[in-house]
Design a protein around this ligand. Structure first.
Ligand code: FAD
Length: 464
């Protein structure tokens, strides 16, 4: 990091969006510096936890089966967001995902056929060989080869603006404060999910029981600095991607292995041993991201998913072993639930199950009748011991409150004020497309498409 140099492009962040922006800007001839708050072994933010990328394609293509066209992708997005999306930006992302894979491959990405189990996504999602960590390692190697400057342990804690434009950033690195000047800024510093205070201001005391699935470095500081400059915001602070994860997971960075994938196979009860939502409403890939929110709304922000021996082996096992018991009473004792209440809930559920042909790969005809809430599919009686339970807590993946951007990834400011050298990509602007809800693989799709646009536009502006 050279304090005397005026860089063309300064990128704040070190995840997928940041690296896509950095590589693209460098390809366009810009001098680029990446400032990553994390130490080198922790680089890559939430992106290093990922597995796949949702991708439009018109015919089978390498690891992707069948086809997944623009309109189907758009309809899927519309359904999960209930219209809280910017159609123009969303369709732009969808279309551009079809062109991303060759570019990704050229910079170190490798793909593999999708994994089986409850998140079977071979038609819609391209899986990274070695996961997000391998993808990010590939991108970092490419960035180094291209002469992009990368600073680790470099937390940006101030953004200076002069004459209505970005001027420089104040960086704390290894305890020292330095100023880095650049012609343009790309903000790719993630959401604010690791900032429990900020989550608490939106969710109240419930946030004390939230677990953060990803990096502790995404604390929203850059988002706050842009908001303080008058950046327009999208979505609201309660909206986030939030899945049900094992309550025994660590507070931060537990990653993918703490997710509990058997909710659709059993029943899920709260601490009063009562069910609270239809566990079989739709395919698990379309529903897994609502369960964290549902658990967040329960007393004490805790729930328990309960299955019997029939369901074992039918889902991706999480890292924590299930709590096992020979009877429901014994299970209730182990979970500190009222045994009578749990037995009653299971008995009512079992009595409401109508016979059908169980098939977890389709929306089958195994459902309940006259039960509130219903279980619409995959309803089998819970009657074959041993019984198993996984305790669940809300696992926050990333928050949606972000800066508004246009199709050039320029950050939009209040009163149409123009700061013509500030761009954003990734979680920090994902709320433009994801106002609520989630589709598996969309985080990386948004970050890759907008990262590349931000890099290209920032380089162009720097050279103008
Ligand atoms: C467990 C898990 C699994 C996931 N699986 C998938 C998946 O399979 N597919 C998918 O599409 N999405 C997935 N996601 C979501 C996905 O990770 C994000 O949408 C995407 O990675 C966001 O990329 P990003 O570059 O915006 O943010 P990040 O990758 O989080 O990068 C942000 C970076 O900014 C840095 N930073 C923050 N503040 C500062 C600062 N002040 N100064 C300097 N640097 C700063 C951080 O250290 C970090 O490196 C998953 C997330 C998690 C947690």
């Amino acid at each position: 990091m050279d304090p005397n140099q005026l860089y063309d492009v300064l990128i704040v962040g070190g995840g997928n969006a940041a690296l896509c922006a950095a590589i693209t800007a460098r390809q366009a001839g810009a001098s680029v510096i990446v400032l990553e708050a994390a130490p080198k072994h922790f680089r890559g933010g939430n992106s290093r936890h990922t597995r796949n990328f949702r991708c439009m394609h018109d015919a089978p293509a390498d690891v992707l089966t069948d086809s997944y066209g623009e309109n189907e992708y758009w309809e899927d997005l519309l359904k999960v967001t209930a219209g809280h999306t910017d159609e123009k930006l969303a369709r732009m992302v969808i279309r551009q995902t079809s062109e991303c894979r060759p570019w990704m491959r050229a910079h170190g990405a490798r793909f593999q056929p999708s994994l089986g189990g409850t998140l079977h996504l071979s038609r819609t999602n391209a899986f990274f060989l070695g996961g997000g960590k391998a993808l990010l390692n590939g991108y970092y190697r490419a960035a180094e080869r291209m002469g992009i400057e990368i600073e680790y342990n470099a937390e940006v804690n101030e953004l200076n603006f002069r004459d209505g434009r970005f001027h420089s950033a104040v960086v704390v690195r290894k305890g020292f404060t330095e100023v880095v000047r650049a012609k343009t800024l790309v903000a790719a510093a993630g959401g604010f999910q690791a900032n429990i205070e900020w989550l608490r201001s939106a969710w109240g005391e419930a946030a004390n029981n939230f677990l953060i699935r990803g990096t502790p470095y995404d604390n929203g500081h850059i988002l706050r600095l842009l908001m303080n400059q008058g950046a327009r915001t999208v979505s609201d602070p309660t909206q986030c991607h939030c899945v049900a994860i094992d309550a025994r997971a660590p507070r931060f960075d537990g990653g993918i292995i703490t997710r509990v994938d058997c909710v659709s196979l059993g029943i899920t009860v709260n601490q009063h041993a009562q069910r609270f939502y239809d566990e079989g409403e739709d395919f698990w890939p379309k529903r897994y991201a609502i369960w964290g929110r549902l658990v967040a709304q329960q007393p004490g922000q805790i729930a328990y998913t309960i299955i019997d021996s029939q369901a074992m082996g039918g889902f991706m096992p999480p890292v924590f072993p299930p709590i096992q018991a020979r009877s429901l009473r014994e299970l209730a004792d182990a979970l500190k639930l009222d045994p009578q209440a749990l037995e009653r809930t299971v008995a009512e559920y079992n009595a409401a199950v109508r016979p059908g042909k169980f098939d977890h790969a389709i929306l089958d005809n195994c459902s309940t009748e006259d039960l509130q809430p219903a279980k619409s599919h995959w309803a089998l009686r819970i009657e074959r011991p041993p019984y198993y339970a996984y305790p669940l807590r809300p696992g926050i993946t990333f928050t949606y409150l972000g800066v508004a951007v246009n199709e050039r990834a320029e950050v939009c400011f209040e009163e149409n004020r123009k700061l013509d050298n500030v761009f954003a990509a990734g979680e920090i602007m994902a709320g433009n497309i994801l106002g609520k809800g989630y589709l598996a693989g969309l985080g990386m799709a948004i970050g890759t498409v907008f990262g590349r646009i931000a890099g290209e536009e920032a380089a162009r502006r720097a050279h103008a």
